[in-house]
Design a protein around this ligand. Structure first.
Ligand code: IOT
Ligand code: MG
Ligand code: MG
Length: 505
């Protein structure tokens, strides 16, 4: 069971036959670095792992193969049952995955429930894998004789142009691609030829369940996912007081020997402090409130884009307040649980009553999440922390997505099945509290809008202007590799506001 931080939270890996120059290992995530170099007859492998004290746990080597793993597994118990009897038990997640690779080869990745990015270097091959949700982003640049991979795109910004792959190209980094969610890329190093295997796909069928059965299944699955993510350490839950994070906090508190820690962020313009306080009081957590002045919040936009490497302005608005919070936590190396992502399979952002539209929204969001990087551990990694999201546990997600829409909206309530599952755990007022997005509860959407309108952006161009601001930030802090503290949000807003009337697309 995961108890401290994962052995590694990120890596850069270079598998080469071309003898090219090694890349600078540039990461936004904090962490110590450890370098590993090995040569076999036909290729060399160099990895730099970002770790928190136990870099050896991030690598495993056996039978001419080396595996590097950033992140962690949540179904070790099941996986161990697959190993041949009598085999010594692997001591780390990396060793476990490599042992499974012996039996299943690339199909091993279909077995894993985890939050990870991985690379296996085998004779003539580089195998790259993401978890089902691509929740630890993984980027690759491949050309005949070399495969370069990293958990942050910026680490590949100086890579020589790679060849096209059947994966999403990264803006303005020629030949750098993002490995899709739930995917293995099996690359032949000599040629750069790539075979793609999907290891997960969102369920499209919907399950019919009696109310009690659905409620019981959801309760059980979320409880299990929270347990797999906590272990011995006192967990820290980022708590808004909404049903999603309150559920995580309450379930974490139930299984913890002592009080857990919770923290809420707000700004000088808006907060959900009273709502979070009700939950903290109820579960007896050691609770903190952190108020971030709006000007400071907006100053974190470059940091957010640099961490998430995200080009979607809506997502950046969700991630900005959380990034600002992670940077203000202070203490080092916390394991953080969030309620992030619950609204996607449950249609929580969808504010109307009709079921076809609800299920359409769920399908759309499950079709479009890949590449947004909203779950990336780098967001908290820039503060030296590790975050994990129980609602995007593979089992929880499979269950929540597949429930028929009438269990998600019922009796006029959104996310009904989750609320019903928490009826005996949380106070009634928490169970029925209407949804408020983090971008609303912190005033982020409105303050970002105001920044633009104050700079002269017409109201009907605000969304477009936000998109351009995020794009410009991406170009500066990811593509050009600038430090986020040197990039002024205000200056970027001015630049965009000046360009807009000319109708720049
Ligand atoms: P929301 O669901 O409000 O917040 C996401 C998580 O952030 C919460 O569960 C909680 O852990 C943390 N959080 C929120 N507010 C605070 C706060 N004030 N202090 C501390 N922690 C807080 C957007 C949203 O509504 O956030 N996220 C949605 C939707 C994502 C859409 N993505 C997509 N379509 N691809 C979500 O599902 O989380
Ligand atoms: Mg939510
Ligand atoms: Mg909320």
């Amino acid at each position: 069971m995961a108890s401290t931080l994962p052995a590694a939270v990120g890596f850069l890996a270079e598998v080469r036959q071309d003898g090219g120059r090694p890349l600078d290992a540039v990461f936004a995530s904090l962490g110590s670095r450890a370098e590993l170099k090995e040569r076999t007859a036909d290729q060399s492998l160099r990895t730099v792992v970002l770790h928190s004290g136990a870099p050896d746990g991030a690598h495993a080597r056996a039978r001419g193969r080396t595996l590097v793993l950033a992140g962690e597994l949540y179904n070790q118990d099941e996986l161990l049952r697959l190993l041949p009897p009598g085999q010594a038990l692997p001591g780390t997640d990396a060793a476990l995955v490599l042992a499974l690779f012996d039996t299943y080869d690339a199909h091993a990745f279909r077995l894993l429930n985890g939050r990870f990015a991985a690379l296996v270097a085998a004779p003539g091959r580089a195998v790259l894998a993401t978890d089902h949700a691509g929740s630890v982003p993984l980027y690759v640049s491949a050309a005949p004789g070399r495969v370069l991979a990293a958990t942050e795109a910026k680490a590949l910004r100086t890579a020589p142009a790679g060849r096209p792959l059947a994966a999403r190209p990264v803006r303005r980094l020629p030949g750098t691609h993002q490995v899709p969610a739930g995917t293995v890329l099996d690359i032949e190093v000599a040629t750069g030829n790539c075979v793609t295997h999907r290891t997960w796909t969102p369920p499209l069928a919907r399950r019919i369940m009696r109310e009690e059965e659905a409620v019981e299944s959801v309760r059980h699955a979320v409880e299990h996912a929270v347990r797999a993510r906590t272990g011995a350490d006192t967990p820290l839950v980022v708590l808004s007081g909404g049903i999603d994070s309150s559920t995580v906090a309450a379930l974490a508190a139930r299984r913890s020997a002592g009080p857990i820690d919770t923290v809420s962020m707000g700004t000088d313009e808006a907060d959900e402090f009273p709502q979070a306080r009700v939950v903290a009081g109820h579960i007896g957590s050691a609770h903190r409130e952190i108020t971030i002045p709006t000007a400071d919040l907006l100053r974190r936009l470059p940091h957010t884009v640099r961490a998430a490497e995200c080009l979607d302005p809506d997502i950046v608005e969700y991630l900005l307040p959380l990034t600002a919070l992670y940077l203000r936590l202070g203490d080092q190396g916390r394991r953080i649980l969030t309620g992030y992502g619950a609204d996607i399979p449950l249609g929580g952002m969808h504010r109307e009553d009709r079921l076809p539209e609800l299920d359409t929204a769920v399908c759309r969001d499950m079709d479009t999440f890949d590449g947004l990087n909203e779950m990336t551990p780098t967001l908290s990694g820039i503060g030296g922390h590790w975050s994990t999201h129980p609602y995007w546990d593979r089992d929880v997600l499979d269950l929540l997505v597949s429930l028929e829409a009438g269990l998600k909206r019922r009796y006029g309530q959104d996310k009904w099945v989750l609320r019903a599952a928490m009826g005996d755990v949380l106070p009634h007022e928490v169970v029925v509290r209407p949804k408020l997005g983090v971008h609303e509860g912190s005033g982020t959407t409105s303050s970002f809008t105001r920044l633009l309108t104050d700079a002269g952006v017409p109201r009907d161009r605000v969304r477009r202007a936000k998109q351009l601001v995020v794009q410009e930030l991406f170009d500066q802090v990811v593509v050009e590799g600038r430090q986020p503290d040197e990039v002024a949000t205000g200056a970027v807003v001015e630049l965009v506001a000046d360009r807009l009337p000319a109708g720049v697309r």
